[in-house]
Write a protein of this length. Structure first.
Length: 165
């Protein structure tokens, strides 16, 4: 190559270098976090179908509990009254077990009666703690419940706070 061609090539490469140095740097775009949108769940509705379904479950549970109480009482009354000390001890333990079981069933029966009363009074499905509607899935699972999941958590935390240790 001649001197002139070399100089020309050198001059052109200098122009390319200057152009690339003068070009603005690419803009860096910062990631923008999306603003959170407030979550507002759809309002919970207690349908007539759900109320009928829960009433049927409550009536069925009540009948089953009453039958269990009747059977337990019948079994307890049919035990022999005689026997030695060991037999009498077994009978006393059976009576204590019956009384504990009877008390649990009585409490359950009261909850069922209360739920049936709330259905009749038009307050079925309203949480006693938060005064909001109880989730339909929860009512289907435990139709005698008086608390929503949130209400049950609130009540449990209050009970823990004031529990004696």
């Amino acid at each position: 190559m001649s001197q002139m061609t070399k100089a020309k090539a050198s001059k052109e490469s200098m122009k390319e270098t200057v152009k690339s140095a003068a070009a603005p740097a690419p803009k860096v775009v910062k990631a923008v976090k999306p603003t959170p949108v407030a979550y507002s769940p759809a309002p919970i509705r207690i349908t007539e179908e759900l109320i009928r379904e829960c009433r049927a479950k409550l009536v069925q549970s009540k009948a089953e509990l009453l039958n269990r109480v009747k059977e337990a009482r019948h079994d307890l009354n049919n035990d022999d009254k005689g026997g030695d000390e060991a037999d009498q001890t077994v009978r006393v333990l059976a009576e204590a077990e019956f009384l504990n079981q009877h008390e649990r069933m009585r409490g359950q029966l009261m909850e069922i009666e209360s739920a049936l009363g709330r259905i009749e009074g038009g307050t079925f499905g309203i949480c006693e703690e938060t005064e909001e509607m109880i989730e339909p899935e929860r009512l289907r699972a435990i139709p005698w419940t008086r608390l929503s999941i949130e209400g049950a958590e609130i009540r449990e935390s209050v009970n823990k706070r004031f529990a004696r240790g």
